[in-house]
Design a protein around this ligand. Structure first.
Ligand code: PGA
Length: 235
């Protein structure tokens, strides 16, 4: 499985250095990826994790104030990058078109995109899950070669589950993941949204989840260790 820790906008420099000390003794058969804040990326020094970023510019290096290019992320040893997180879609008004450009830049620079998709509660209640997921996938992968599309890691994150403590049923997750597989049969699919050491036993019952994107739990090393220990070894 791939387990991605998304620190979001958390952990000052000193806090991050202390945090890394708490993560360094974790050993796992799973592929662990840590996505710190941009400023903490160059402080990363863990051998048991791969390094990820939470965002990337849709442009190359140049006159783009405040942006960080995929080339520069790669240069700082970033090998995975989250794109299209619902918080960026909401607060930065990130569109599927921009997400598509970002994915292209990441692939050109040998960084694996982790594409977040998922529906709001209103969309679920009005039976629009399939429509939302299909649109997000098709627009994000537009004009990208099939072999490159297969490199994208999909993170199914129902927006109503992020940070709320509420998770969908396994049937609901597997239904969406199977629908994703009908469009992208070869892509890895992660689940994200309130996954933790208490509900991992339930999540282990899914036949379609190949890893997790963890927000809140990423900030709790002790609970994260329990989560990793309880996680089933294969999917
Ligand atoms: P959460 O966040 O684990 O705190 O729900 C997940 C995410 O936003 O990726």
């Amino acid at each position: 499985m791939i387990i991605v820790l998304n620190n979001k906008s958390n952990l000052s420099k000193d806090e991050f250095l202390d945090y890394q000390e708490q993560l360094k003794d974790i050993s796992s058969i799973h592929n662990l990826v840590l996505c710190p804040t941009l400023l903490n990326i160059n402080l990363f020094n863990l051998n048991n994790f791969n390094l990820g970023a939470q965002n990337v510019s849709c442009y190359d290096d140049g006159q783009y104030t405040g942006e960080v290019s995929a080339r520069d992320l790669y240069d700082s040893n970033v090998r995975y990058t989250i794109v299209g997180h619902s918080e960026r879609r909401k607060y930065q008004k990130e569109t599927n078109e921009e997400i598509n450009k970002k994915i292209k830049k990441l692939i050109e620079n040998d960084i694996k995109p982790i594409l977040c998709i998922g529906e709001t509660k209103e969309e679920r209640d009005s039976n629009k899950v399939e429509e939302v997921i299909k649109t997000e996938i098709l627009e994000a992968t537009k004009n990208i070669a099939k072999e490159d599309v297969e490199k994208i890691i999909i993170a199914y994150e129902p927006i109503w589950s992020i940070g709320t403590g509420v998770i969908p049923t396994i049937e609901e997750i597997d239904n969406v993941n199977n629908m994703i597989k009908s469009i992208l049969p070869r892509n890895i699919i992660l689940y994200g949204g309130s996954a933790n050491e208490k509900n991992v036993d339930i999540l282990n019952e899914s036949s379609t989840i190949a890893g997790f994107l963890l927000g809140g739990l990423s900030l709790k090393p002790e609970e994260f260790k329990i989560f990793i220990e309880k996680l089933k070894s294969v999917n």
